[in-house]
Design a protein around this ligand. Sequence first.
Ligand SMILES: *Cc1c(COP(=O)(O)O)cnc(C)c1O
Length: 493
Amino acid sequence: MDNPLRALPKVHDLAHHADLEAHRKALGAKSFTQLTRSVVEQARQAIRSGTPPPAEAELLAQLKALARARIKSRPRAVINATGVILHTNLGRAPLPKESLESIAQLTAGYCSLEYDLVAGQRTRRGLAAETALAELVGAPDALVVNNNAAAVLLALSGLAAGREVLVSRGELIEIGGGFRIPEILARSGAKLVEVGTTNKTRLSDYQSAISEHTGCILRVHPSNFSVSGYTERPTLSELAALGKSHQVPVVKDLGGGLVYDLPKHNFPGKVPEPSAQQCLKAGVDLVCFSLDKLFGGPQGGAIVGNDDLVQKLRRDPLARALRVDKLTLAALQPVLDAHRAARDAQSTPSDDGQAPLESQACDSAALDSSKLDSLRQDHLPVLQLVNAPQEDLKRRAEAWCEALSAAPAGVRVEAANSAIGGGTLAEHPLPTYCLVVETKNPDGLSAMLRAQTPAVVARIHEGALWFDPRTVLPDQESTLLDALMQTLKRRLT
Ligand SMILES: *Cc1c(COP(=O)(O)O)cnc(C)c1O
């Protein structure tokens, strides 16, 4: 009897099939041959277990699909129509154009990452950014690391490895993406001591848990989790005072990294999330927060506060493993400048009189005032998205609806809510207006839109596709509408 395995094409022949030329080029000859080998090997195993040999066309189709999937798995540009501003899966904060220019200027060649060009010798990486950050939040010192998870890990490890960390049971949470406070704590080498209950933790609970083994008290911002109703926990100031009286440092994992006041019109009443400054004023020793959430910068984590503690963490060997890259620092500087400019714009004349004089010593090239002018805080994309006035959002959604009026689908505008996302102000939806596209097959339409370049990601809700103008950047609008019109038309044919 004929060996059915003989019916399979040779790996080399299949990999060099004329129909696969484009796929082979896109992946590179070696990788494509590797992929072909795995497809043929799978077919061989299927034949051995009794399946009839696949037709060549079937193998070709399989290879094409695999090659396409591999190419598509590369990060691609996305138009975010979900209305979630800090969408972790979509890269959180969009960066200001000044950050992109800075990355291009500093990283295409070499840069003075940890080199003092005046003295001609080595200096500390991140020195300028950390000085600016400390000054911005009014802290004696600051440390920038790879993300906030790293910041919390470093703080706990540096202050409490081999010792105990007191955490309220109401704050032993998972923040998303697998960031679980108890697990990070375990990895830091510190021992978790749970105090209070899930809904009620009193100052006396902390007090009675403090001993000579206590390394620090950790207070965690609850992020996308909340306990409501019959709840109680001490204020941050009370906790800070307790720590001081026992000489136990208090660390606040703030998460979102607010360093400014959120616009009142979007957040009527009191904003429940304190700023880094407020935490420090309350007397907390260290505050950790993300730089790519409401701070509006690249991925990064900040530790701000007491200089002895920050310096101790900076010297910790773990800090070396968690240090930031030059791309991060290049992108971060303009964001820091923007926050500083906004703070200066708010400060009173008497504050200005006390402004540090060092800036006068800077060479004029570093003080391109036209550039500084353009770096206002309200130019940070994240803040523009948060601040977008409702009437603008409504006008844009209506214009989109109008532009698509000839499309073969039902379109309308509906009031809805955007979200800040990233576990930040989870309970504070931002009112918006969405373009709603009625379709028999929302999943199919959604998949077609995700296959566009740039990909379009919308929200499926009540069997329709919802497009929120809040997170669609102004220069993406026409691309979005073209993609949507063409996709809707294509579905008819
Ligand atoms: C987002 C968040 C983190 C994790 O921050 P990353 O920058 O994603 O590492 C930790 N704690 C809180 C409270 C958060 O909101």
